[in-house]
Design a binder for this molecule. Structure first.
Ligand code: SAH
Length: 496
């Protein structure tokens, strides 16, 4: 099996730089024994104007069978002959991909010690492979390579040139051309996509293949429109590995969303709810009010329940008085963004020791939430269906039972003051309800009564004489056994 890579150049930028990039000198043919055959690298042409490197892989069909995964396609048990007589020696497949990575590993990583400026260079590239088994045909070949910047020519290979009536085989003669890629990118595309087209690996696919895929797919796979097919085929359709890879690709995508994008999400969220709020957005006023109420309560260990993308956790971290801050959310996606916003991976040990993000649902009691001084539900209750609210109430006030609980929620009466909000609409499409001040007070009063808390109410944002403030906050304080207002008062009362 056979693959050539060519590039053009001139006196200033000679094509023979390809030899430096590939770490194989054009004048010295190179051979190496691999477990299933021998790989050779040679240069059919090498001038300043044009240089071609050829990778030739002589497959040892017997070695392949001995290694156990070289069975005929489909691995039919009676296909004894097919174990020896098959397309493997000729067709570009996972064998060629492995050879590519074995022979050109530095080039694939974009390393070139002799000329360190070369790997980042975009240069005209042409890759030719005479026989690529293509399950999915020429159409799939194009769908795989074109989004990456390749011009694709995939000619079906006739089953037998002398008998055109027999039709085409499932092989294509492949030519890829690009002016926009580095050699390292090109090699990584081939390393992943040749086996994907072949759709039959010559070896058992273990979990380390996910790492290999993500490494080789770095920079292009997370955004590829055929990502799912590529991942599934590359991992030999092993479902659990495919799922793992897809999840990790999603994380990469989120991580690659740089800070500006996180800020954009931020702003979008704020704009959505606080369209007219300038200069201090309501979300900021809300956080300030919460931080002030927490400080007044003397809480050191705080839960942010339904923490979303972590803005409040971030604000709380700024006050060293909050010794432990735990963000809880049901949404993994939100937590991933939160963790990136907080730069959890780059935080010093001491700072990182103060903050934790937990995935969990507030509709269930959760032992992890016990023993904290305070819990915040900032703009969360209205995201639950009303019938689920008693479950949240019990999980927070009945089971976790922190001394202080802060709940904020929109005041629906204020909605008439949002110019951009059509009458009768709630502020956010995911709000299951929005309460009047009266409704909120009634709910909060009943919760306090059921669980032994006192409730006070705070208006957050411009307090309109007619409709009240845009955000309403309830501050719940747990009654102590003795009726004392604070823990220290209680201690004194008990001692007395
Ligand atoms: N407190 C944040 C986010 C508010 S949006 C802020 O003020 O910016 C509501 C959040 O509650 C979302 O992140 C949503 O994922 C979370 N949430 C909704 N239902 C939940 C549940 N049952 N358990 C945990 N989190 C929930």
């Amino acid at each position: 099996m056979f693959l050539t890579i060519s590039t053009n150049g001139n006196e200033q930028n000679p094509a023979t730089d390809l030899g430096f990039l590939l770490h194989k000198h054009p004048d010295n043919p190179f051979s190496v024994n691999l477990s299933y055959g021998t790989a050779h690298v040679l240069y059919p042409e090498a001038s300043a104007e044009r240089c071609t490197a050829a990778l030739l892989l002589e497959v040892d069909a017997v070695a392949l069978v001995r290694r156990g995964k070289g069975k005929g396609r489909g691995g039919a048990p009676d296909a004894a002959l097919a174990q020896y007589v098959n397309d493997r020696p000729y067709a570009a497949s996972s064998l060629l991909a492995v050879a590519l990575s074995a022979v050109f590993s530095s080039a694939m990583k974009g390393q070139c010690r002799a000329k360190p400026e070369l790997p980042d260079q975009v240069r005209p590239l042409r890759v030719e492979v005479p026989a690529v088994p293509a399950r999915g045909g020429a159409g799939l070949v194009r769908n795989l390579f074109e989004p990456l910047g390749w011009t694709v020519t995939a000619e079906p290979v006739a089953l037998d040139a002398e008998f055109p009536d027999w039709g085409d085989s499932r092989y294509v003669r492949l030519r890829l051309e690009s002016e926009t890629l580095t050699l390292a990118e090109a090699l990584r595309h081939l390393y992943v996509l040749l086996p994907v087209l072949d759709d039959a690996k010559h070896y058992w696919v273990a979990s380390d293949e996910v790492d290999k895929l993500l490494r080789a797919g770095d920079g292009w796979l997370p955004a590829h429109p055929e990502q799912k097919l590529i991942t599934s085929r590359y991992l030999s359709r092993r479902w659990s590995l495919t799922r793992e890879a897809m999840e990790r690709l999603e994380l990469v995508r989120l991580a690659e969303a740089d800070d500006s994008e996180v800020e954009e999400i931020d702003n979008a969220v704020e704009e959505e709810t606080e369209a007219e709020e300038k200069p201090t957005p309501l979300a900021v006023q809300r956080r300030d009010a919460i931080v002030a109420a927490l400080q007044a309560s003397g809480a050191a260990r705080v839960l942010d329940l339904g923490c979303g993308q972590g803005q409040l956790v971030q604000a709380l971290l700024k006050d060293p008085g909050f010794a432990e801050i735990v963000g809880v959310d049901v949404s993994m996606r939100a937590l991933t963004i939160a963790s990136r916003r907080l730069r959890l991976d780059r935080m010093g040990e001491r700072q990182a020791g103060r903050v934790k993000l937990l995935q969990g649902s507030l509709a269930y009691t959760d032992k992890r939430l016990k023993g904290y001084d305070a819990a915040v539900l900032c703009e969360v209750v209205e995201h639950l269906d009303l019938p689920r609210l008693p479950a949240l109430e019990y999980a927070v006030f009945g089971a976790a039972r922190p001394r202080t609980v802060l709940v904020t929620t929109p005041n629906v009466e204020y909605n008439v003051r949002w110019e951009s909000l059509p009458a009768g609409h709630s502020r956010h499409s995911d709000h299951r309800f929005e309460w009047t001040r009266e409704e909120f007070r009634t709910w909060a009063g009943a919760v306090a009564e059921r669980h032994g808390y006192e409730a006070e109410f705070v208006a957050v944002g411009a307090d309109d004489p007619e409709v009240g403030a845009p955000t309403q906050m309830a501050v719940f304080t747990r009654r102590t056994e003795t009726g004392a207002e604070t823990a220290s008062e209680e201690k004194e009362a008990k001692a007395a």
